[in-house]
Design a protein around this ligand. Structure first.
Ligand code: PLP
Length: 389
């Protein structure tokens, strides 16, 4: 089959490839600690599961409107208004199967050849993949350790041109755990408004900050009109497998995103949407417990990583990833990722899985038990010490 040219520009998410390699090793009887996949190891809270079962039994087995069930869109609008201090109505919200389609649709709807899109690098790999897919130019903003993996604003300003159509931000950030502070968001907002640029704000980890506070760029006056918030239930409510996410955007733009839904998925699973209503309206103590557990694990993994020779790790401020600097091991990121999987039985991701500026780093997801994290740290330590002999 002769593929369309755009297919050669589509990237991937290597987490799933490393997972497959780790599973193959396990099938041969090897023990592997999984620190590669970015998903909470907790079960979805019971009341959410029950709401979905109830929905199925009461007839939520049909198509829904493409943009989502009004009850869920309203619940999301209320939540976004309350937490961002902005007026959000149901018509600003499009519900999708997971949050990823928002990324896909928004980039598809806005970017075309001749446009430039600024995106964080290292960053979620699908940003770059989708920008390239559309034929627009992907312009990386390097996130450097010396800036706590936030934007170097001088560098950022130099990247903005008259062709810049879209700026993608992600805070708290995957893979570094960095958070963009209010001053940085103010600067990005100022430039976006002056230059008439749209912003895609990936806020999927908004409920998982440990240090500092989460700020949404949409709370800055004038920004709601030019920003699409990407958010969802996967991380906050441990619902990765349910596939439930959403975008919040200007109403006239939401019509186009809903049309992309009609052209692809038709709608999001009906019972899953009702589970989303229960998640937003029900008790939030499971979220608080999960975040407290992540914080404890973060402290364990960061301390342990800093004791491994050749490895150093700054404290991630949010999400559930550690992004240690491994330059002192003398190995490249990808080679170390492979070595650790094969030699130590620790599945993690090379920093370069998140773009070229991830060279010299690894990403370890600490959404795993403290016992497993300690086991992985011990195995990594032994394997890396062996390298130095
Ligand atoms: C930064 C970021 N955005 C979006 C997503 C996609 O979330 P979902 O599983 O809801 O599609 C992820 C998932 O790993 C992520 O890390």
């Amino acid at each position: 089959m002769k593929l369309a040219k755009c297919m050669s520009r589509l990237g991937t998410e290597t987490a799933f490839e490393v997972l497959a390699r780790a599973r193959a090793l396990e099938a041969q009887g090897r023990e592997v600690v999984h620190l590669e996949i970015g998903e909470p190891d907790f079960d979805t809270p019971k009341h959410i599961i029950e709401a979905a079962c109830k929905a199925l039994h009461s007839g939520y087995t049909h198509y829904t409107p493409s943009a989502g069930i009004p009850e869920l869109r309203k619940a999301i609008a209320e939540e976004m208004s309350r937490t961002r201090g902005i007026p959000v109505e149901m018509d600003n919200v499009v519900v999708t199967p997971g949050a990823k389609p928002i990324m896909f649709y928004v980039i598809l709807a806005l970017a075309e050849p001749g446009d430039e899109v600024i995106y964080p690098n290292p960053g979620f790999p699908i940003y770059e993949s989708m920008i390239n897919f559309t034929g627009a130019t992907a312009v990386p903003i390097p996130l450097r350790e010396e800036y706590q993996f936030a934007f170097d604003l001088d560098e950022f300003k130099k990247l903005v041109t008259k062709r810049t159509k879209l700026i993608i931000i992600n805070s708290p950030h995957n893979p570094t755990g960095g958070i963009l502070n209010k001053e940085t968001l103010d600067e990005i907002a100022k430039i976006a408004m002056e230059r008439d640029i749209t912003v895609l704000a990936d806020e999927i980890y908004d409920r998982i900050p440990y240090e500092g506070t989460f700020h949404s760029i949409t709370s800055i006056p004038g920004m709601q009109e030019r920003t699409i918030i990407l958010n969802g239930f996967s991380k906050t409510y441990a619902m990765t497998g349910w596939r439930l996410g959403y975008g919040v955007m200007p109403k006239d733009f939401a019509v186009h995103i809903a049309r992309l839904m009609t052209n692809s998925n038709s709608c999001t699973n009906a019972a899953t949407q009702m589970a989303g209503v229960a998640a937003l309206k029900g008790p939030q103590d499971d979220v608080a417990k999960m975040v407290a557990a992540f914080k404890e694990r973060r402290d364990v993994i960061v301390k342990g990583l800093n004791q491994i020779p050749g490895v150093s790790c700054i404290l991630p401020k949010g999400a559930f990833y550690a992004f240690p600097n491994i330059k002192g091991t003398g190995m490249k990121s990808k080679a170390l990722e492979e070595y650790l999987l094969n030699e130590a039985g620790v599945a993690c991701l090379s920093g370069t899985s998140f773009g070229v500026y991830g060279e010299g780093y690894l990403r370890l997801s600490y959404a795993n038990s403290i016992a497993n994290i300690n086991k992985a740290l011990g195995w990594m330590d032994a394997a890396i010490r062996k390298l130095r002999k």
